[in-house]
Design a protein around this ligand. Structure first.
Ligand code: SF4
Ligand code: FES
Length: 252
């Protein structure tokens, strides 16, 4: 048996053991993921870094799953140097496995700040810009949160036009039409749920009543139009093709 110091406490340690093994035996918390008692250490995850004095007298971080105990070794598991090392190691692991709850929980336990879990949004703001600048519904906005910027419902009212979903390059913003209702959502977060109207010609559900009302309010009626029909794109095209053919027939 030899003696080492961990965080100012003298700890007896068996020769040949590693710092991580001694820490585990003495319930001293050090984050680790790639260590397994039945396997040789690989030093892959880099989470188990501890601060130790190098022979040159400089304080350095070394991997505790590899570092063997030595008489008089002075270890710190909770120093600014260790904290900076851990933050980098957790960030690297989360770029490889961003949705791993186990890594996130471990980081949380050791109070290591980590990047927010990605939700598929690349913050291009196309959805927000088109909603503000073209549709003018101001139904979504980008806000800064503790875990980064996020698209959330805005001050205006979603009319369920679906323009945001059509423009979203990652398709995380989407529209789902089910049971006469259109749902606009960003991943699992619902922006709006609106009833759908049927096309007057084919009877298919095709647009929300709010969208049709918005179009009626923001466009001026054509002077020749007596009655406004609500038609889906396919039927509107068919009607317009038919009208063109009819006009050509009359001209001949
Ligand atoms: S939801 Fe889609 S369109 Fe909107 S900011 Fe995110 S990636 Fe861009
Ligand atoms: S436990 Fe993974 S590098 Fe030490």
């Amino acid at each position: 048996m030899i003696e080492i110091s961990i965080d100012g406490n003298t700890i007896p340690a068996e020769e040949g053991s590693t710092i991580l093994q001694v820490a585990r035996d003495n319930k001293i918390p050090i984050p680790h993921l790639c260590y397994h008692p039945a396997l040789k250490p690989s030093g892959s995850c880099k989470l188990c870094g501890v601060e130790v004095g190098s022979p040159s007298g400089k304080q350095v971080v070394m991997l505790s799953c590899i570092l063997k105990v030595k008489e008089g070794l002075v270890i710190r598991t909770d120093s600014p140097l260790v904290a900076a090392h851990r933050e980098k190691a957790f960030a690297k692991l989360l770029t490889l496995a961003p949705e791993s709850q186990r890594i996130r929980d471990l980081a949380d336990r050791f109070r290591v700040p980590v990047p927010p879990e990605p939700n598929g949004c690349i913050r291009c703001r196309l959805c927000v810009r088109v909603c503000n600048e073209i549709v003018k519904a101001r139904a979504i906005k980008m806000v800064k949160t503790e875990s980064g910027s996020k698209v959330v419902p805005g001050e205006g009212k979603c009319i369920g036009c679906g323009t945001c979903a059509n423009l979203c390059p990652t398709k995380v913003m989407r529209i789902t039409d089910r049971d006469n209702v259109r749902t606009v959502s960003i991943r699992n977060e619902v922006v709006s749920r609106l009833p759908l109207e049927r096309c007057e010609a084919c009877g298919n559900l095709y647009a929300t009543s709010d969208f049709l009302a918005h179009v009626a309010k923001t466009t001026s009626p054509h002077p020749d139009t007596k009655v406004v029909h609500h038609l889906c794109t396919a039927c509107a095209k068919m009607m317009s093709d038919r009208a063109l053919t009819e006009n050509e027939r009359i001209r001949k």
